[in-house]
Design a protein around this ligand. Structure first.
Ligand SMILES: C[S@@+](CC[C@H](N)C(=O)[O-])C[C@H]1O[C@@H](n2cnc3c(N)ncnc32)[C@H](O)[C@@H]1O
Length: 219
């Protein structure tokens, strides 16, 4: 059954993205130029769900992991000190650069192409936000990197292990994950890496439950 749900989710995302043309979309009051190769948050539940629930402080530095169009980075920029955004997809990085300019946030948000933390050297952040690909499958193009991964569990393990080195003491990971890919393992992985779960919120959709999880670095 979870396999079928994952298939349905992947098909819906594929269908929605095929229908969308490269254009400037207004989403929650901000402008986003989005091409066909980049995840479009307009019709995605995860992006909005994460932004609505984020813990943020005005003196925080933020890392938006897997920024896509820059949706999360741009939505939170006015509420924090600065945002660094990264994505593996080069076209996403190009769109994000355009969107930073469109929203006049050049002094607040910077973006790099990066495979997880590879481009970041020793920079540390108060919080790292991630809306990750969580459906098991082989991506056939850069767009599908947004929702498919050969092993979502391996990606999260690597992210949790590396994020320790990019957080300040008692820093926070804020992540969204779906019931179709399981939640027990994600909680276990972060626990094993020295984080404690401090907040969990759920939203029930037709075929999956999305979970917003906040982990704090303990030791
Ligand atoms: C679900 S999309 C989220 C996009 C955006 N944050 C949002 O909420 O609208 C996941 C993003 O993660 C990126 N991604 C996937 N694997 C990655 C990796 N190993 N390193 C960095 N980014 C990655 C994808 O290219 C995609 O843009």
């Amino acid at each position: 059954m979870p396999f079928l749900r994952a298939e349905i989710s992947a098909k819906i995302l594929e269908f929605l993205h095929k229908k969308m043309n490269p254009s400037i979309y207004t989403i929650d009051g901000k402008k986003f130029y989005i091409t066909k190769e980049v995840f479009n948050p307009k019709y995605a539940f995860t992006s909005k769900f994460i932004v609505e629930n984020l813990l943020l402080k005005s003196d925080w530095t933020v890392l938006d992991m897997g920024t896509g169009s820059g949706y999360i980075a741009i939505q939170v920029a006015d509420k924090v000190k600065s945002v660094t955004a990264v994505d593996l997809n080069n076209t996403a990085v190009r769109c994000c650069k355009i969107n930073i300019k469109l929203n006049k946030l050049n002094n607040k948000v910077k973006v790099y192409q990066s495979n997880l933390f590879s481009a970041l050297k020793s920079e540390k952040f108060n919080t790292i936000i991630f809306n990750p690909p969580y459906i098991k499958g082989t991506p056939e193009n850069m767009l599908q990197l947004a929702w498919l991964h050969n092993s979502p569990e391996t990606l999260i393990k690597k992210f949790a292990a590396e994020s320790r080195h990019h957080l300040v003491e008692k820093g926070y990971i804020q992540i969204v994950y779906s019931s179709i890919s399981g939640l027990k393992f994600i909680k276990k992985i972060f626990q094993e890496k020295g984080f404690k779960l401090i907040l969990e919120k759920k939203i029930r959709l037709l075929w999956e439950t999305l979970n917003f999880l906040v982990f704090q670095l303990e030791h």
